[in-house]
Design a protein around this ligand. Structure first.
Ligand SMILES: Cc1cc2nc3c(=O)[nH]c(=O)nc-3n(C[C@H](O)[C@H](O)[C@H](O)COP(=O)(O)O)c2cc1C
Length: 221
């Protein structure tokens, strides 16, 4: 029973941390996080993912070019089409709007500038983990990449390391391809910024709300 409780604690403690200390993550811990995540199930055990882990000078080079592209106002051209807000169901749109309202209330800034700025500098993270899947794939490959994303974040949290999965970390895929030799036949699906939370950052005071059991789950006997 105690392992069930500690898993619940892990789930409760994970949240999207949006500003990290510059403190690096030890390499053996990073390797353990990724090795553990490779236990994730996948369609027919296809294990469609590749995991690219960028830290240190490699990540600083990426970050420099990232900031530059952002400052030039280059529009995103990610491998994965994020769709438009209006493509989502009414309930999802309501949940999404709720984030923006709550963040702007917290920051007392309608344009949520500090939130957007943190995205542009890759949240000051000391490590970003990128997940790719083959261009030749079925829809379940995307599903599987979401599963390993969560495994990475929970495995990190078990080591006391925080995370945020970020579309914003994959919007300029050519920069990532260049610095990490990611082949053209792989799509970069998500970046997960990892690190130690900066407890003083107001951005980390924001905690999202979740649907209740009654709203999301449907039980039948
Ligand atoms: C696929 C995906 C992409 C995301 N992209 C971003 C992003 O670009 N920037 C960001 O600040 N948060 C991003 N998030 C974090 C979500 O906003 C966050 O998971 C959601 O608000 C729920 O909050 P929680 O993670 O604290 O539970 C992303 C999450 C997922 C799963």
């Amino acid at each position: 029973m105690s392992s069930v409780l500690s898993f619940k604690e892990l789930m409760k403690q994970r949240y999207s941390c949006r500003y990290f200390l510059s403190k690096p993550i030890p390499e053996d811990i990073l390797k353990d996080i990724i090795a553990t995540s490779l236990l994730t199930p996948s369609w027919g055990n296809s294990q469609p993912w590749n995991i690219y882990v960028s830290s240190g000078a490699n990540l600083e080079n990426i970050r420099k070019e990232w900031i530059q592209k952002n400052e030039e106002g280059v529009k995103h051209y990610s491998d994965i089409d994020p769709g438009h807000r209006t493509d989502f169901s009414e309930r999802s749109q309501k949940n999404m709007n709720n984030i923006m309202t709550k963040v702007s209330e917290l920051l007392n800034d309608k344009e949520i500038k500090p939130f957007l700025e943190a995205n542009k500098i890759l949240f000051n993270a000391p490590t970003v983990v990128y997940i790719t899947i083959p261009k030749k794939r079925t829809q379940y490959c995307l599903f599987d990449s979401g599963a390993i994303e969560m495994s990475i974040m929970l495995s990190a949290k078990a080591h006391g390391i925080d995370s945020v999965p970020a579309y914003e970390a994959i919007i300029y895929p050519d920069i990532l391809r260049k610095h990490m030799k990611i082949p053209d036949d792989e799509d970069i699906v998500i970046g997960i910024a990892l690190g130690y939370e900066d407890k003083d950052s107001i951005l980390n005071k924001f905690k999202s709300t979740k649907l209740s059991l009654d709203e999301a789950a449907h039980f039948y006997n």
